[in-house]
Design a protein around this ligand. Structure first.
Ligand code: SF4
Length: 473
């Protein structure tokens, strides 16, 4: 069932009660966390590398305008075409018009979160073009009619059993829980699509300004086929995904692969610098680079600019206890997890309940701890919360509740009386030592977890009693 039309709280509620989702998330995030920690732990200079990665990204963002112009000029000098898309609409129009003017009937795509962000597939399908995702995870969710729930593992929310059922239905594969036959079945189905596609659409991990080139990393080889077999290659790049020099990749590729999947390097790294040149056997006849702004230049220079350093490794999602419990779909936007809770309100301000996303965090700091470019995620989440409050976006009960709490904490007598009432209340609600449901409006707290019953004796009472006993004897 699609949960995207539901309110954030209801999406969270649905996710928390989905046992299969919890199983899939627990398995996958535990594996990612373990792999990352092994790969980063194996480096003697991990901290230096992360500092360097941050410096490279900060440098690129501080000169973004100049680097983008350099990238575009060099791409064009090599025979590529560049589209400066200020928003999703412009990007979709450019690609749809390109497909129409070149008689494109069939498109293969490799993984691109930017294309998800602008809902490109739907636009192309409306224009009568067949679009097939070729990354295995993306392919699974495409045939399931769903959206990605993780930046690097789009089908992380699915168990093997669910994928087997999908392949049985769509590819006629006998049921199995073994991964290799599933991969073989998908590969067989996709091979034909590559061969008949007129256009390949890819994302971009990094643009290199000096080289006029784009870098795509992957593990399956599908991006290589997408960018070299069809006669037209369109690469979609968020404008912030740039570095200045080829040497910068030495740092960025290491931290990306280790943080994302725990690999030393991804299996395939392609550096693409335009269409095939005369005499070259491989490569497309046309290369188009779509530079997607879509709200990014508004973020640049403001208090959230640091979020643009993100290299979409997904490590903060895997480390986040909230993401581990609710998965990606509950966030409602294209980007999920801690960085999604920042990017979605900034890039998709039209989503009505996205001001709630920054609250989907315990502020434990696990995200910042694993982020390869050390983005101060908890800090940014707090600033977004403050913005929401300033904009008057809060529950009417919050203000009087916090005022009462502040008054109580500033007045010892009130604190004692309040404590007594709270303890009495929890005693009445307690069943077998737990409170399963608080009365409204506090019931939201107990939708997905128990509330701890307050102890019969406060710390001060315990202390006073202890002192009394000591003095008496
Ligand atoms: S915020 Fe950091 S950890 Fe999260 S996806 Fe981006 S780079 Fe990775």
């Amino acid at each position: 069932m699609s949960t995207h039309s539901l309110h954030f709280f209801d999406r969270v509620d649905t996710a928390l009660h989905d046992e299969t989702l919890r199983t899939a998330l627990n398995r996958a995030t535990a594996r990612f966390v373990g792999n990352r920690s092994g790969a980063i732990g194996a480096l003697s200079d991990a901290d230096t590398l992360r500092d360097q990665a941050r410096a490279i990204r900060a440098h690129a963002l501080s000169r973004l305008d100049e680097l983008l112009v350099r990238l575009a000029e060099r791409v064009e000098a090599r025979g590529g075409r560049v589209c400066w898309a200020s928003d999703g609409e412009e990007a979709r129009r450019y690609i749809a018009e390109l497909a129409r003017s070149r008689g494109v009937r069939s498109i293969v795509k490799s993984k691109s979160m930017a294309s998800e962000e602008i809902h490109l597939n739907e636009a192309l399908e409306r224009a009568g073009v067949e679009v097939v995702e070729t990354d295995l995870g993306e392919y699974i969710i495409q045939i399931a009619g769903e959206t990605p729930s993780h930046i690097i593992a789009p089908a992380i929310h699915k168990t093997r059993e669910q994928i087997s059922a999908l392949f049985e239905q769509h590819l006629g594969m006998p049921p199995t829980t073994e991964v290799p036959p599933m991969i073989r079945a998908a590969r067989q189905a996709l091979r034909q699509r590559f061969l008949r596609a007129d256009m390949g659409i890819s994302g971009v991990n990094f643009g290199i300004a000096d080289e006029g080139a784009v870098v795509i990393v992957e593990n399956e080889g599908n991006a290589r086929l997408t960018t070299s077999v069809p006669r037209i290659h369109v690469a979609i790049m968020g404008i912030e995904r740039i570095v200045e020099r080829l040497e910068d990749l030495g740092v960025m590729l290491q931290v990306l692969a280790r943080s994302a999947t725990g690999q030393k390097l991804s299996v395939y790294t392609s550096i693409i610098s335009g269409p095939a040149r005369p005499g070259e056997a491989d490569g497309p006849e046309e290369f188009h680079l779509v530079l997607l702004d879509n709200g990014r230049s508004q973020i640049l220079g403001g208090q959230y600019a640091e979020a643009l350093m993100c290299i979409r490794c997904g490590a903060c999602l895997n480390a986040c206890p909230v993401y581990q419990s609710i998965g990606g779909h509950a966030y409602g936007g294209v980007y999920s997890g801690p960085i999604g809770a920042i990017l979605t309100p900034l890039l998709q301000p039209d989503l009505p309940d996205n001001y709630l996303l920054p609250y989907a965090s315990s502020l434990c700091g696990a995200c910042q701890e694993v982020c390869p470019v050390r983005i101060a995620i908890p800090d940014l989440l707090l600033r977004l919360r403050a913005d929401a409050v300033r904009a008057g976006k809060f529950h009417p009960i919050e203000k009087p509740a916090i005022q009462s709490y502040a008054a109580m904490m500033n007045n010892p007598a009130l604190y004692r009386v309040g404590g007594k009432f709270a303890r009495l209340g929890t005693r009445l609600l307690r069943r077998k030592g737990r409170i399963r449901r608080l009365p409204p409006p506090l019931h939201l707290w107990t939708r997905g977890r128990d509330f701890p019953a307050l102890p019969a004796q406060t710390f001060s009472e315990w202390w006073e009693e202890r002192e009394r006993q000591r003095h008496n004897g």
